[in-house]
Design a protein around this ligand. Sequence first.
Ligand code: BES
Ligand code: MN
Ligand code: MN
Length: 471
Amino acid sequence: MAGDFFYHYIRSMEKVQAYIQENKQRFLDELLELLRIPSVSADPAYKKDVLNTAEKVAAFLQNAGADNVELCPTDGYPIVYGEKLIDPSKPTVLVYGHYDVQPPDPLDLWTSPPFEPVIKKTDIHPEGAIFARGACDDKGQMFMHVKAFEAMWKSGELPCNVKFMIEGEEEVGSNNLGPFCIANKERLKADVVLISDTSMIANDTPSIDCGLRGLSYIEVEVTGPNRDLHSGVYGGAVYNPINALAKMIAGMHDENNHITIPGFYNDVVELSSEERTELNKAPFDEEAYKKDLNIDAVHGEKGYTTLERTGTRPTLDCNGIWGGYIGEGAKTVLPSKAFAKISMRLVPNQSSEKITTLFKNYFESVAPKGVKVDVRPHHGGEPVVTPTDSKAYLAASKAMETTFGKKPIPTRGGGSIPIVALFERELGLKSVLMGFGLDSDALHSPNEHYGVFNYFKGIETIPFFHKYFSE
Ligand code: BES
Ligand code: MN
Ligand code: MN
């Protein structure tokens, strides 16, 4: 019976699936081509490469059959737009993705150069995985949509209208995408936003993220004396800003790992016990998790499971800390300044702006006498929860069920895609987060990779989404 069911749906997208099979090698080669361009949006040294990547994506979209392909200029990197409008009576899917990537450092920890993609087998990816910065986040996942569209269009089985909006500043906060959306409301009219930029549980356990955390990102500067001092001559008499900063950071969690900033939890929506039970039903092996990370214990807010801690609870983490002497050997110095980058992941109904203000007030209030602090907000984003009963979610669920042979589990992702909340607010559009990566694919880390299986599974699944969403 299950076999008949599967056959029925496969058969109905027969030409698309055949096109994919016939063009597999080229689809892979084209992704590798894209991965060879280092589109690091955070570092101005890569400006030319980021722009070249945008042009390459536009060219691929054009060749795939998209109309009105355009590099839309912004105050930052351009947004690649393209569309295929076949019938105004059919629904419209707006595909969002990003062509920029995180910086590749630390370079010495890569086993092959980050922008020279190679396919290597791993325990989790016995069919091979593509190792390169951006392989999973998000070039590989974004490009699945371009190839799935090509397959649908070229085989004459595109069931609906499609619009593409691929940006180049996701990894630096999407600051220019919001204004672009507001200025292009008509052009971006659609029925749903489809995004592949998240993870699933495992290759044999498909899942769909139904939530993303928000973000407040802040840089702090702590200044002690007006210049670096001899740590013997002055040490003991002057507050060392690194010592002060370390103490302030340590004080931001209590013994239960609750965040101590007054009011921090005020707007947090607590999950009902039913919701918590449901969420914790997702398969999760804590021993394997610890083993993978080589840690002897998990750590987090008291009273919550690991899945709840990453999916439904807010956090505060120091992302980087520096100051004083960090060169070779020893230098006895009492530094003038210390710095840290601090991020807070937010959950419904926290507001990034409110939390940033709470942080600033708190940080200034706990600064000890003898140092001055400067709190500089970076970017932020709002948390989202996406519905699990919408036509779009059900289409994604059925699409994954068709190609994996298993119904995907709804989960809550811990990462952030700030623009998703904005799509809802400014365009009135809900998103479906049909991601095909794995958390273990080392996104943002050295040796990022994306399973060849995952790449093709995504390309095969996406056309079913379009089909079911259009029925
Ligand atoms: N694709 C990720 C977000 C993600 C990854 C969500 C895995 C769920 C599972 C995205 O590119 C990302 O890295 N976002 C940043 C936020 C951004 C403002 C820099 C993040 O989450 O740190
Ligand atoms: Mn991403
Ligand atoms: Mn990312």
